[in-house]
Write a protein that binds this ligand. Structure first.
Ligand SMILES: [Zn+2]
Length: 224
């Protein structure tokens, strides 16, 4: 079974950027783990207990496992200690693919996480370290796009999430402390998926970026 590790700075980052893709991977029996670097609190309307409950519910709706680490929200940094911490998590789960935030973003935690994840992926394959578990190299590192920075980025590929857009919306609605009073913002963010879908001839899609070339071992669904 192929294993996919989706890392976010805060609970809801992965759901916002790639909730439909997570649901589609889960439906295809991939083993998916959502890994939050922090608990995402404080926020204006949240608390740690509420956010953890919301995050657990979102993972349940998407049909995946979730783990939340204890790095400090708003102060996430790409340090050697944090690389070691995250590399140990990567070794423990041994994913085939890691999803990480794109390096260009408005939120400093997302920018730091992007660099931290790239470094931890490298550390996880090292021998002769004090890291636990067997050394592991994650084959693919794929970046999901920011929602805090309103810029147009050219994706490497799109994932068709037409059948999973509603599931994504429901997962995001579990974060009542974040979107309860910002329902319109959430609707607008979901419209972005319809925009990417329009460009690719489906109802909804999510954009992704890879520095390394995209390799298909078989024609993806929909390609003649
Ligand atoms: Zn975030």
């Amino acid at each position: 079974m192929r294993k996919i590790l989706c890392i976010g700075s805060h609970p809801d980052d992965v759901e916002l950027a790639m909730g439909g893709t997570v649901a589609s991977l889960s439906a295809r029996n991939y083993k998916v783990l959502l890994l939050d670097l922090s608990n995402g609190e404080p926020t204006p309307s949240g608390s740690v207990a509420i956010r953890m409950q919301e995050a657990a519910e979102a993972a349940r709706i998407l049909g995946v496992q979730r783990k939340t680490l204890t790095l400090p929200n708003r102060y996430i940094e790409d340090t050697v200690d944090n690389r070691m911490l995250l590399a140990a998590e990567i070794r423990a789960f041994a994913p085939d693919t890691i999803f990480a935030p794109y390096a260009l973003d408005a939120h400093p935690d997302h920018i730091a996480a992007s660099a931290l994840i790239g470094a931890a992926r490298f550390y996880a394959k090292l021998s002769k370290t004090r890291l636990p578990h067997d050394r592991h190299f994650t084959e693919r590192l794929i970046y999901y796009f920011p929602v805090h920075l309103r810029i147009h980025l050219q994706p490497s590929f799109l994932q068709n999430i037409s059948a999973y857009q509603e599931q994504k919306k429901q997962a995001l609605l579990s974060y009542q402390s974040q979107f309860g009073e910002r329902r319109i913002l959430l609707e607008k963010l979901l419209k972005e998926n319809e925009h990417w879908g329009f460009l690719s001839g489906v109802d909804a899609a999510e954009p992704f970026f890879q520095h390394e070339p995209v390799l298909f071992s078989a024609w993806p669904e929909g390609v003649p």
